[in-house]
Design a binder for this molecule. Structure first.
Ligand code: HEM
Length: 509
């Protein structure tokens, strides 16, 4: 008996400690948001959340209102779903709400990359220099010549017969590969390797890379949630090794036209003492961030235009006008149109169509780590206590993108939704009579806002320009329904369709 009691007591202490760690004892304190732990200790709601984030968050919003805390795989996450109060998350000081900690944890787990202290600063400096202003002009030109190489390389040959393809596969393929070549450089044109041969190698090499990228892309949602089967995990590891090798610093040194955006980051990391093998891993993080979203968005944009003839006509008229005003002309045997950044700045209708596409199909989840106990101050005066160690998140797709008060008839594609009657960009949207500052958030917001947003927008516009100028294209089945969104990807940036659609295209000249 003398021995039994201490054993029982230590067992009880271990049990209580375990249950405490599993979050079983956490209770809502006065002033805190509604707490919903779910039924499974520690895991909480993670299974339902992962199955369909949109549906789950809609259910939680209905149950608890626009602020609530839920348990997700060991974390307590407070969701803020009132768009008028988004400033409270986006503008909160970094001492309280931190993006880096969360992001570093994710990239270590998913991409095997260990960040260094000034990592985010290096990214910001290079992005400000090369993904905006004059730097963006250089990038846009590179994109143009790579798009031309991939889309128009057989111009002039008798290739005017209709070709059939899957629209998602086609759009993702072209935009991914052109974006990749623009950022990571072209095959060097050594004296013995003519320009045409180098271009051909660019086409072949980018095709092989895209093929492997799509495999990783398909594994990604389960990889991010850490629920891959051992076989799939081995496949993910093989793919990572392939990307680290293909994008390695050593291989890149042999390339021409590497973007300054990538180059400067490589240099800065080397100077900060990072070894090449870790930089190689970062090169894949960048490839993932820069190429995983624009291709899928290009698909939706083309599909929406094809399904909405009035939108297609309006965009086409604008494209033709801009080309004409630049003094250029598309004709058989003539030079390929030089689509400058200046021309891309004169397209309010296409801009609105792009924004509308992203409203309907970009659904990121913005997350921050809570570094100190803090008070969340809502726009209507409500205040909530948020605990250190928790996380805060915003899912703008529900809160803003498809809120019928902000965007009436929210599930319809309206190409001119972001245009004023006088044809200028519309930026005034309201909820409950109050102006909504964050009326769409495809790029996120605040410290983690996408640094590639201007380049991405240009990529989408360049792709549409070239399709409209050089190709006839149509859906194989004009009555084709717009596919649903693949619900496993909610929260991961640009959405993908749950099935592909067939289309045909042919060169016009
Ligand atoms: C339609 C295309 C794109 C969409 C919808 C998109 C969306 C986003 C979103 C929502 C984030 C923030 C994620 C978060 O807060 O956790 C992000 C981050 C990022 N994006 Fe994009 N993006 C696109 C294209 C691009 C392109 C073309 C580039 C580069 C040329 C790029 C580079 C990055 C980088 C480096 C980050 C990480 C930023 C950071 O850590 O602060 N993105 N993107």
């Amino acid at each position: 008996m003398g021995l039994l009691l201490p054993i029982l007591l230590s067992f009880l202490a271990a049990l209580i400690g375990g249950l405490y760690l599993l979050g079983v004892f956490r209770q809502r304190r006065p002033g805190e948001p509604p707490l919903d732990k779910g039924l499974i200790p520690w895991l909480g709601h993670v299974l339902e959340f992962r199955r369909n984030t949109l549906k789950f968050l809609q259910r939680m919003k209905q149950k608890h209102g626009d602020v609530f805390t839920i348990q997700l795989g060991g974390f307590y996450v407070t969701f803020l779903q009132d768009p008028l109060s988004f400033g409270a998350l986006v503008k909160e000081s970094r001492d309280k709400l931190d993006f880096n900690k969360f992001a570093e944890h994710l990239v270590r787990r998913v991409f095997g990359y260990s960040a260094i202290e000034n990592d985010h600063h290096i990214l910001n400096v290079s992005s400000n220099r090369h993904l905006k202003g004059e730097g963006l002009e250089v990038m846009t030109q590179a994109m143009m010549s790579n798009l031309q190489n991939l889309m128009l390389h057989n111009m002039g040959s008798d290739q005017r017969a209709w070709r059939e393809d899957s629209l998602f596969a086609y759009s993702y393929n072209i935009v991914f590969r052109a974006g990749y070549l623009s950022l990571y450089g072209n095959e060097a044109q050594e004296s013995n390797l003519g320009e045409e041969k180098a271009k051909e190698q660019d086409r072949a090499e980018s095709e092989a890379l895209f093929y492997e990228f799509r495999k990783y892309d398909q594994l990604f949602p389960n990889l991010a949630y850490g629920v891959l089967t051992p076989r799939k995990k081995r496949e993910a590891d093989r793919l990572l090794a392939y990307f680290w090798n293909t994008l390695s610093v050593e291989k890149m040194r042999t390339k021409d036209n590497i973007s300054r955006w990538v180059w400067d980051m490589q240099q800065a990391k080397t100077e900060a003492g990072m070894n090449d093998s870790m930089i190689n891993r970062y090169m894949f993080v960048l490839l993932w961030a820069s190429q995983g979203n624009t291709g899928p968005s290009a698909f939706w944009l083309l599909l929406f235009l094809m399904k909405h003839p009035e939108a297609m006509t309006a965009v086409k008229e604008e494209v033709d006008r801009v080309v004409k005003e630049s003094g250029q002309e598309v004709r058989r045997g003539g030079p390929i149109v030089d689509l400058t950044r200046e021309m891309l700045l004169k397209t309010p209708i296409l801009d609105s169509a792009v924004e509308e596409t992203l409203r309907l199909t970009a659904a990121p989840l913005l997350t921050r780590a809570v570094l100190q106990d803090m008070t969340l101050k809502m726009a209507d005066g409500r205040e909530y206590f948020i605990r250190q160690g928790d996380r805060m998140a915003v899912f703008p797709y529900i809160a803003v993108h498809i809120d019928p008060e902000i965007h009436p008839d929210p599930h319809s594609f309206k190409y001119d939704r972001f245009l004023n009657p006088d044809g200028t960009k519309k930026t005034e949207f309201y909820k409950a009579g109050k102006r909504v500052k964050y009326y769409t958030m495809p790029w996120g917001a605040g410290v983690s806002m996408c640094p590639g947003r201007f380049f991405a927008t240009n990529e989408l516009k360049q792709f549409v320009f070239l399709m409209l100028l050089y190709f006839d294209f149509e859906l194989k089945n004009p009555d084709e329904k717009i596919p649903e969104i693949d619900f496993r990807r909610w929260g991961f940036g640009s959405m993908q369709p749950d099935r592909d659609v067939q289309f045909r295209y042919r060169l016009r000249y």
